[in-house]
Design a protein around this ligand. Structure first.
Ligand code: TNX
Length: 541
């Protein structure tokens, strides 16, 4: 499909009044007339605006451009340390050396031409906690927001208006043109998440940071870490040291496994927070616990520790829910992991327990939920927990394909809220098609269109949009052993999940989206992301 092509001539009256609100089709191309072809070689002959997630409203405001050079200054409100930090993030993106990195300074008096301004003064209240307004004119760039998160998201949009070369760590891009635009934007949902399974295969902090970096580009704000499963326990817990030391010593296929030290986990939390991403730690309970049961015999009903497990079956393990020590164990891990977790959530798993009666299961979930509350956190659990009596603060993570939705509407009626992770659309470990070497197929194939073309408001009968926190794309790692594997399954589908979570449903269409998606390729290449070149997407070289 061709992108829409708007002729914008240098000095015509049309260009001065030219404003296109991008509702039906967001991808715009400003096609240069032949006279413009004589301009400096740094200017492309055709510019396309391809922002993901699609902003609420965006308009071209003429044919002008703002030029970013090493002498561009980034100005922030005096005394606003967060704005200055976000300014340095932008400066680091633009420049690679002392000579090419813009200066970040406090605004004093009149704003000189050639500045990029980040301000929380006078921003429209309706922008809310995460919204922003971005105005680019030939004289300056202004991002205004009510809160730092909005400034950060405005910077991510600006980043997507800059050439992909800014993503290279070693590139020098002395003159970059940004088209004159006006964008007003804010998210549809509060929860725009991704989940990484670091239990089936362990991924070290640097891999997690690379995933966080890609999430930030698309304004995602929750990273759920699946920190314990049958095949491995991935976080140090001081009062139960064998969990990590022994329980973390292997992975699917028998590799060396690994775990995060407390300092590494703290640092990951900081790294994510700096990018407005909240880490949601999950310790899957009471099933998916073989690594813990192997580490501590007393957690087993018969007092005997099973061997470590390196296969990929599910459903065979459970904590001994009738023993009191089980609840001391849960309390210790929630307290000790919760204490070094920056965000308010603690995910207790709750999925695929086949060894307990419904009554035993419900009793366990209700006690675990209470332990989470007593430790000052908010419980999240997979959709099976909806059978138990839930607190209004508890969040249900819907994952099972259509047909098994029992209990969710009832739980919502009594106050619980929902995250949507439908396996038939956004399980990023599902193969794209029959030729995909990695991944699983139990929920069916999920091509890029399947992952994009659904609306959260229509997924669950009797669950109003107001009870939906948002969306989250899980990436299970039974078949994924390295960062390149993770990226191959996540990209391009994760970008679509980010858009479903952020952008209004009205006007979202596959035909229009696939063009914007195709335009991400050079940026992903520059970021070192190993993505799948799905044939249904017109990839830009
Ligand atoms: C189901 S999703 C699981 C995981 C597997 C995944 C593989 C969920 C709550 N449980 O244990 O890794 O399928 O796609």
């Amino acid at each position: 499909m061709r992108s829409l092509c708007f002729p914008i001539r240098g000095r015509s009256p049309l260009s001065r009044t030219f404003t296109v609100v991008l509702l039906a089709a967001f991808t715009l191309a400003a096609c240069r007339s032949s006279e413009r072809a004589q301009q400096p070689a740094t200017q492309p002959t055709q510019r396309t605006l391809s922002i993901i997630p699609r902003p609420v409203s965006a308009a071209f405001t003429g044919s002008g451009t703002f030029t970013v050079t090493p002498s561009t200054t980034i100005l922030v409100d005096p005394g606003n340390a967060e704005a200055a930090r976000i300014g340095r993030f932008l400066a680091g993106l633009i420049g690679n050396t002392v000579e090419t990195t813009p200066r970040v300074a406090e605004a004093a008096g009149a704003i000189p031409a050639g500045s990029i301004v980040l301000t929380m003064r006078g921003a429209d209240r309706s922008l809310g906690a995460e919204g922003y307004e971005l105005t680019v004119t030939p004289e300056r760039v202004t991002i205004s927001a009510q809160q730092p998160a909005g400034l950060f998201y405005g910077v991510q949009t600006l980043r997507q208006l800059l050439p992909p070369a800014v993503e290279y760590a070693a590139a020098i891009t002395p003159h970059m043109e940004i088209p004159a635009v006006h964008i007003v934007d804010q998210p549809r949902f509060a929860w725009r998440g991704a989940m990484l399974d670091v239990a089936r295969h362990f991924f070290g902090p640097e891999d997690v940071k690379a995933y966080i970096d890609a999430m930030a580009l698309y304004k995602m704000n929750r990273l759920h870490l699946h920190l314990a499963d049958d095949q491995g326990w991935r976080i140090e817990v001081p009062s139960w040291p064998r969990l990590a030391q022994y329980g973390g010593s292997t992975e699917v296929g028998g590799g060396p496994g690994g775990y995060y030290t407390r300092d590494e986990y703290r640092e990951l939390n900081q790294y994510a927070q700096d990018r407005f991403i909240t880490i949601v730690p999950e310790i899957d309970l009471p099933g998916h616990t073989n690594a813990a049961l192997a580490s501590y015999p007393e957690l087993n009903c018969d007092g005997t520790a099973p061997p470590l497990y390196t296969g990929i079956e599910v459903g065979f393990s459970t904590l001994c829910v009738d023993k009191e020590i089980t609840y001391k164990f849960v309390d210790d891990i929630v307290r000790e992991i919760g204490a070094i977790t920056a965000g308010p959530y603690f995910h207790i798993g709750g999925d695929e327990v086949m060894k307990l009666t419904q009554e035993q299961y419900n009793g366990f979930i209700e006690r675990a939920q209470e332990i989470v509350r007593a430790n000052g956190k908010r419980a999240v659990g997979w959709d099976e927990i909806a059978h138990a009596r839930l607190l209004p603060t508890t969040i249900i993570q819907h994952w099972r394909p259509r047909g098994s939705l029992e209990g969710i509407a009832e739980a919502v009626a009594s106050g619980a809220t929902v995250i949507l992770s439908p396996a038939d659309h956004i399980y990023l470990d599902m193969k794209y098609d029959s030729t995909t070497a990695l991944g699983l197929t139990w929920a069916g194939y999920s091509d890029v269109r399947d992952a994009y073309e659904w609306d959260p408001a229509e997924r669950l009968p009797d669950v109003p949009e107001s009870a939906i926190q948002g969306v989250e794309a899980p990436l299970w790692a039974e078949t994924l052993g390295k960062l390149a594997d993770i990226q191959y399954m996540a990209f391009p589908r994760l970008a679509g999940v980010a858009e479903i979570g952020w952008s209004p449903a009205a006007g979202r269409t596959w035909e229009e989206y696939r063009v914007r998606l195709g335009a991400q390729a050079p940026r992903w290449t520059a970021m070192g992301i190993n993505f799948y070149r799905a044939p249904e997407v017109p990839w830009k070289e």
